[in-house]
Design a protein around this ligand. Structure first.
Ligand code: SAM
Length: 234
């Protein structure tokens, strides 16, 4: 039984620079009954940095199935919960989807504040068309990786994906095979951090550079077929 309206607010947090948090995000975190964190120790530092002392509770990919029902009960009892991940927007290659879906199923109000996410600044400054793009998350690590690439062969829009520094060389080589060596791409590294950098080149050149290693956090952007063909007037 709903005693008072509870609410879940997804709150984006900085992807590197602690100043990248909105005034509204700080107000919501301060006022929340509970802040659900992917990692309470990691987020504790962010909260302490901003003088926020709201109670925290772990919510991550290893316990989200188990705890969702109990969280729904508390939301139904009127709690206001905020959900944050380690960085960026919850639900974007981070936990969030399951809880949002459960809130919708139980008629609980759910909102997401606008704020940091790595894919948006990466695609906007890539220099590749940003009017239409497709976000692909992380390529599967093993099973399904070949299919992931094969399904993109005819993709017309700019492709945006996340990849770990350990697998970026492999990803660039695989992309070369699927899209050809001349396709433009951008390796975006360490957004908003000291060593932020953009590496704009062909897939073949980037695969070559990757042998020296691309360190840090990476967004990989690949030109879509439409722009490639326009440049080559096919
Ligand atoms: N929820 C996050 C978001 O909204 O972007 C994404 C979380 S996902 C687990 C982490 C991945 O996002 C990293 O491996 C990297 O691919 C990308 N990422 C996060 N922060 C980044 C940064 N500062 N620069 C470049 N890529 C970043």
């Amino acid at each position: 039984m709903t005693e008072a309206a509870g609410k879940l607010t997804l709150v984006p947090t900085p992807i590197g620079n602690l100043d990248d948090i909105t005034l509204r995000a700080l107000k919501v975190l301060e006022a929340a009954n509970t802040v659900l964190c992917e990692d309470t120790r990691h987020s504790g530092k962010l909260l302490a940095h901003h003088g926020i002392s709201a109670p925290t509770r772990a919510f991550h990919q290893h316990n989200e199935h188990k705890v969702t029902e109990a969280l729904i009960t508390r939301l139904q009892q009127g709690e206001h919960m905020a959900l944050i991940s380690d960085a960026g927007t919850p639900g974007i290659s981070d936990p969030g989807y399951l809880l949002v879906r459960a809130c919708i199923e139980h008629d609980i109000e759910v909102e997401c504040l606008p704020g940091p996410t790595a894919m948006i600044p990466a695609v906007v400054v890539s220099g590749l068309p940003s009017e239409r793009f497709v976000y692909l998350g992380f390529p599967p690590q093993k099973k399904g990786r070949q299919t992931f690439w094969q399904e993109l062969t005819e993709e017309k829009r700019t492709m945006v994906m996340y990849e770990s520094p350990h697998r970026i060389e492999k990803a660039l080589k695989e992309a070369c095979e699927v899209f050809g060596e001349e396709r433009q791409a951008v390796v975006v590294r360490e957004l908003t951090k000291l060593h932020e950098s953009f590496h704009r080149a062909t897939l073949a050149e980037l695969a070559d550079q990757a042998q020296q290693g691309f360190k840090g956090e990476i967004v990989l952007i690949i030109e879509g077929k439409a722009h490639f063909e326009k440049r080559h007037k096919k």
